[in-house]
Design a protein around this ligand. Structure first.
Ligand code: FAD
Length: 374
């Protein structure tokens, strides 16, 4: 970039790509730096479920807002983002979970999110490969699925079309007041956005972001095997509780006809090796809900690191310790979904526009307010 950039976005995962896209669209000169390549971090390891999630009112506000932005943007994105408006089925195993399904439906209704409760018969008709005897499900038709790395690349391309520049293979060594350091190169700008996902705390000391490892398994092609993103109701508990490890039933139909099977959560630092015991537990859980999966062939398994925060909300906003520094990181298992809302919030806050949702619950300043609280 021959001219000084207005904004330097560090990290070209889906969150950084979205920040860059929104800032470039708002007329800012944007430089995107990534130590590896765009869309190659956790974004390439994720499942791509675009989901309204209600662990807290703030989480639901951000996921619902982001879902709306995805629906508006998808027609302008290339076909290789593999958008499937398949909806989600939250599957209830017993009557107690069915009560929770109805509560979830009420909560979604308050946010204007369409959802319907399916009886056991309707559930069996909708997904014949689920085991008999389940109690019902909540169908959320507005949810969907994308292929995350291509979605990140598409957002980067849109930013570039609005004048942004991308430098891959460029590791930022340090962030200073309105500048970043790359080796001996000092790049000055008005604002810096740390969008380094699970690695964000390595550049900004004090960010409470830790890597939370997850495994996924992908099968060969079985078109029509299932039609919705299928998630057990207990998934939210697995995501919410910072257990040493947990698994939950989560199966996704891909545009290719493949099935993506998840999900697991582990706190094991940066050890990315495949843990066969937890993959076994994850597959056993999936087989319990969908016995027919036993007849499918798994062709690959991999791991990725969710950027996790103690209060399960991302950090989006100014980092007051360093002038000009903004944080857009800590999206745990929802960063594909919430990337668009995050990018728009960051751009609105930087240009001084009024954000569509309240940014206060995501403000990084809460880290200082809760320092010392586990
Ligand atoms: C198994 C699994 C399943 C998931 N499923 C879903 C799902 O279904 N739906 C959903 O919404 N979310 C899901 N997620 C979560 C989602 O993938 C993440 O929240 C999201 O990808 C985080 O994106 P990011 O841009 O913050 O981070 P990343 O994609 O990791 O991008 C960060 C980028 O920063 C770069 N970087 C790091 N340090 C530096 C540096 N010093 N200098 C320059 N560049 C740097 C990296 O190279 C990387 O490209 C899942 C995650 C996992 C692991």
């Amino acid at each position: 970039m021959s001219q000084r950039p207005d904004a330097v976005v560090i990290g070209a995962g889906i969150v950084g790509a979205s920040c860059a896209e929104a800032l470039a669209r708002a007329g800012r000169r944007v430089l995107i730096l990534d130590s590896s390549f765009a869309g190659g971090g956790t974004t390439a390891a994720g499942m791509g479920h675009l989901v309204a999630m209600d662990d807290s009112p703030a989480q639901l506000a951000l996921t619902a807002y982001s879902g709306k932005l995805w629906t508006e943007l998808v027609p302008d994105l290339p076909g290789n983002i593999e958008y499937e408006p398949c909806g989600t089925l939250w599957v209830a195993e017993d009557e107690e979970q069915l009560v929770a399904v109805r509560e979830k439906q009420r909560t979604y209704a308050e946010f204007g999110i369409e959802a319907e409760t399916l009886s056991p018969t309707q559930l069996a008709e909708a997904e014949p490969h689920l085991r008999p005897g389940l109690s019902g499900a909540l169908r959320v038709p507005g949810d969907g699925v994308i292929y995350p790395p291509n979605a990140a690349l598409a957002l980067v391309q849109r930013a570039i079309a609005n004048g942004a520049q991308l430098r891959e293979g460029t590791r930022v060594d340090a962030i200073g007041p309105r500048e970043v350091l790359v080796g001996r190169e000092r790049i000055s700008c008005d604002c810096v956005i740390n969008a380094c996902g699970a690695e964000a705390a390595q550049l900004t000391t004090g960010l409470p972001i830790v890597p939370r490892k997850g495994h996924l398994v992908i099968t060969d092609r079985y078109p029509g095997f299932c039609h919705h993103q299928l998630v057990e109701l207990g998934y939210l508990t697995s995501a919410h509780t910072m257990n040493a490890e947990s698994v939950a039933f989560n199966v996704q139909p891909r545009a290719t006809g493949q099935l993506l099977i998840g999900s697991s959560r582990e706190l094991v630092g940066w050890d990315g090796t495949v843990n066969r015991a937890i993959v076994r537990r994850m597959l056993d859980r999936a087989l319990d809900f969908m016995p027919g999966l036993a007849l499918t062939s798994a062709i690959r398994t991999w791991t990725g690191f969710r950027p996790a925060t103690p209060d399960k909300l991302p950090l989006i906003g100014a980092w007051e310790d360093t002038p000009g520094l903004w944080i857009a990181a800590g999206h745990e298992g929802l960063g594909i979904t919430t990337s668009l809302g995050t990018g728009q919030l960051i751009a609105d806050l930087i240009v001084g526009a009024t954000p569509a949702i309240d940014p206060a619950p995501f403000a990084p300043a809460r880290v200082h307010a809760t320092a010392g609280v586990s």
